[in-house]
Design a protein around this ligand. Structure first.
Ligand SMILES: O=P(O)(O)OC[C@H]1O[C@H](OP(=O)(O)OP(=O)(O)O)[C@H](O)[C@@H]1O
Ligand code: HPA
Ligand SMILES: [Mg+2]
Length: 175
């Protein structure tokens, strides 16, 4: 409608930025595996795509897990969250390994924000262990193990979504 303020994206609403480098992400994933090593062993890792693929590969490598499955969910169109769409469910083979309820399975994602994605996957695998690298307060209760909590008004910029670019000096008006 004319005159109406355009809807702010989740990223714009977040306000604060938390950029993560590859180095930092790798270190945080390794820290996550130290914690998960106390909880396992796990029969399989279930990555929530696409963001969960990167930490899942690192975690599976560290924990010596070779069976990796995906649950493919689309929700954010860049930074606006819409209806969740399950594009691919968990495979029958992984379901069987988890006894139908996810027992002994490890679900991995890069982060929980509102918790909507995590809630949906937890419903599919109620007895699985759910791990994320980062957690915001709304989604935190859904996660069993995570490494770093960031405030709800922070947007996390992952290394695969960003590139090195010029940043003006603070005195020239950089935020
Ligand atoms: O807790 P929520 O508010 O549900 O948000 C968290 C989810 O959002 C992002 O995925 P996204 O849907 O953007 O897809 P992608 O992993 O393919 O980038 C992120 O990787 C989590 O899976
Ligand atoms: O803070 C975030 N960063 C990147 N992707 C996301 N998807 C939901 N929240 C975020
Ligand atoms: Mg995701």
């Amino acid at each position: 409608m004319a005159g109406e303020a355009p809807e702010l994206s989740a990223q714009e609403r977040a306000g604060k930025a938390f950029p993560v480098s590859w180095d930092q992400f790798h270190r945080d994933c390794r820290a996550l595996t130290w914690r998960l090593n106390e909880v396992g062993p796990f029969h399989a890792v279930i990555a929530i795509t696409r963001g969960g693929l990167v930490p899942a590969a690192i975690v599976a490598r560290e924990l010596g897990v070779r069976v990796i499955d995906t649950v493919c969910i689309a929700s954010y169109d860049h930074d606006k969250q819409g209806e969740l769409q399950v594009l691919k469910g968990i495979s029958d083979a992984a379901m069987k390994l988890g006894g139908g309820t996810g027992k002994g399975l490890l679900i991995v994602d890069d982060l929980v924000d509102t918790g909507k994605t995590g809630k949906l996957v937890r419903k599919m695998l109620p007895d699985a262990h759910f791990a994320t690298v980062y957690a915001k307060p709304m989604g935190r209760p859904l996660v069993d193990t995570f490494i770093t909590e960031v405030s709800q008004d922070t947007w996390i910029f992952f290394p695969w979504d960003t590139a090195l670019s010029y940043h003006p000096p603070l005195r020239d008006g950089a935020a």
